[in-house]
Design a protein. Sequence first.
Length: 263
Amino acid sequence: MRNRTTSRPFTGVEAYRITRFLSEGIGQRVAESDADRAAALFIADLFRGAGLTVSTQEFPLPSGGASCNVFAYRGPIMPESYIVVGAHYDSVAGTGGANDNASGVGVLLETAISLAGVALPVPIVYVAFGAEEGPHAGSKHFVAELSGVSSVIGMVNLDAVGVADGMEIGCYGEVDPWLAAHCQETAESLGFHLTDTHFGGKSDYASFADAGIPVACFARTDQPTAHTPDDNMSLISQQGMAEIGTILVNALVSLDPGMWMTK
Ligand SMILES: [Zn+2]
C-alpha cells in the first residue's frame, strides 16, 4: 500500500456502526463470557481489515477464568518504540455498555481505518483491552508483559467517548503531561474545546501511568447512565465521536519526537 500523507476524514460513521454492533448485536460483554470472546473476534477482524497485524494476549482474571487483549500494528513484528491507543471492550453485567465502552472501541477502530496507509511520525499499537471493569486486569497484564516500559512512549485512552457533551482530556498521576497537552493543543488548533482534567485512575490509563508512562485520556463528562441498563444507543452521538476521532487522528499524525526526546 502506498503511503498517503493525510488521513481519511473521521466521520464517525464506522465508530457509530461498531458501537451499535457491540452494544446491541453482541450486547453485554462481561469478561470471560461468550459475548466477550465474540467481541474480541469481531475487533480482531476489523483490525485485519484495516491492514494491520493482529495479536491476542490471554490473561487470567482475578476471579478465575481468562480474557484477552487484542492488539494490532503495522508490519510483521511489534515495533520497538510506539504509542499505545487503547480502549476496553468489556462491559459490566446488565448493560450493552454503548457509551462505556463500545464507543471507545468504535473510535479506536475508526482511527485505525482512518490512518491506514498514512505515513506516521511514530508507530502506533492499537489495543482493545479485556476486563477493564473491576481491577483493569487486561491493561495491567499488557504493562506487566512489556519487556521495558521505555518502549511505550505514551498511551492514549478512550473510555466513554460516545455522548455529545462535555468533551475532556485528562492526565493521571505524576507522569509528564506532554501527551495530554499535545492533544489539547491539537483540539484548539482545530477549533474544539476540550476541558483539561486530572482523572482519578478509573480506567486503563492508570495501569500505564503507574508504570511511569505518560498518558492522555479522552472522555465525556456527561455519563448519567454509566453501568446501568440505560447505557444504550439512545445516548450515542456520531458527531460526538467524530469530534474526538478528528482530534485524535490529527494529534497522532502531528507527533514529533522532539516532544518526548528532550525530556
Ligand atoms: Zn469504561
